[in-house]
Design a protein around this ligand. Structure first.
Ligand code: NAP
Length: 291
């Protein structure tokens, strides 16, 4: 069994990005600039945005954090988006999800200029991804593909089960795994909450990409020997013995499933850190497009 070390890989990618940024600066070229809009005070969102801002510093990007109150109106949020669309100094930006219930997420995501949509959630970018055209690939699926590529995992002809069909993980990764090319060409099945007898599917899968958000959902009895496991799930589970009051759990019972797997991502330290480095990669790309 080999652990797919997303943390280490993410650090390698950040060093690569920093080298490109340093070169740009030495040539007098523009410094990449990532902005983030954070609405409200959700603990997990604050953590994610905080590490995105810290990562920007590590690679030499400019970063701007725009914090808005939970009570912000959709109209005012859309005004902030308009400002970022028009701000020539900003190469790319993200709107941290989830948004409060009174705000229409789709309307917000569709207001983002596709050229600055480094999360890759805009329909234009999603459509381009589905058509295998150059685009911003959503950071988490992009990170998964990068793990597969850098560990040189064979996917062609393999049965890949994606659990979850969200617009930010399950759906895009199912598209990417089935696309033509050296790290796609898998035969993809997508499972979701209405799927019946999921064990039959998990037991047939050569690769399982789990993005459902139920801690330790995938048990060792559900997988075959030498399965490749990519665990996207991140759930905070209350644990009073931990100083933070919670522990982070993935969708996979790592301790037992890892005994049967050929490759497996840990949680934390797997897909999570890769998501951030791929967001940085998309921002660099957005900046380079303007050169
Ligand atoms: P989501 O929007 O809640 O989607 C969850 C998906 O799981 C849905 O498609 C749902 O089916 C499916 N599902 C729920 N229960 C199921 C069951 N019993 N069997 C099979 N499928 C089931 O979640 P998400 O945003 O994709 O995130 C999923 C997990 O990944 C969460 O833990 C999240 O925190 C984590 N995440 C991690 C990263 C990272 O960087 N590592 C990034 C994003 C998300 P329906 O469509 O039928 O409801």
């Amino acid at each position: 069994m080999k652990v797919l070390d997303g943390k280490n890989l993410s650090n390698i990618i950040k060093v690569e990005i920093k080298e490109v940024v340093d070169k740009r600066l030495s040539l007098g070229m523009k410094q990449p600039h990532l902005a983030a809009i954070l609405v409200g005070n959700d603990g997990a969102s604050l953590t994610y945005v905080g590490s995105k801002v810290r990562s920007c510093k590590q690679v030499g990007f400019v970063s701007t954090l725009i914090q808005l109150k939970d009570s912000v109106t959709e109209k005012d949020l859309l005004l902030e988006i308009k400002k970022l669309n028009e701000d020539k100094s900003v190469d790319g930006y993200i709107v941290q999800l989830p948004l409060p219930k009174h705000i229409n997420e789709n309307r917000v995501l569709q207001a983002i200029d596709p050229e600055k949509d480094v999360d890759g959630f805009h329909p234009t970018n999603f459509g381009r991804m589905a058509l295998e055209l150059p685009t911003f690939i959503p950071a988490t699926p992009f990170g998964i593909m990068e793990i597969i590529k850098r560990y040189n995992i064979t996917t062609s002809g393999k049965n890949c089960l994606v659990i979850g069909r969200s617009n930010i993980v399950g759906r895009p990764i199912s598209v990417l795994m089935s696309q033509k090319g050296p790290y796609g060409n898998a035969t993809v099945t997508v499972a979701h909450s209405k799927t019946k007898n999921i064990n039959e599917l998990t037991l047939k899968a050569d690769i399982i990409i789990s993005a459902l958000g139920i801690p330790e959902f995938l048990k060792k009895e559900m997988v075959k020997i030498d399965v490749i496991i990519i665990d996207v799930g991140i759930t905070r589970v209350i644990d009073n013995t931990n100083p933070k009051g919670y522990v982070i759990k993935g969708d996979v019972d790592f301790k037992n499933v890892s005994k049967k797997a050929s490759y497996i991502t840990p949680v934390p330290g797997g897909v999570g850190p890769m998501t951030i480095s791929m967001l940085l990669k998309n921002t660099l790309l957005a900046c380079q497009r303007k050169d």
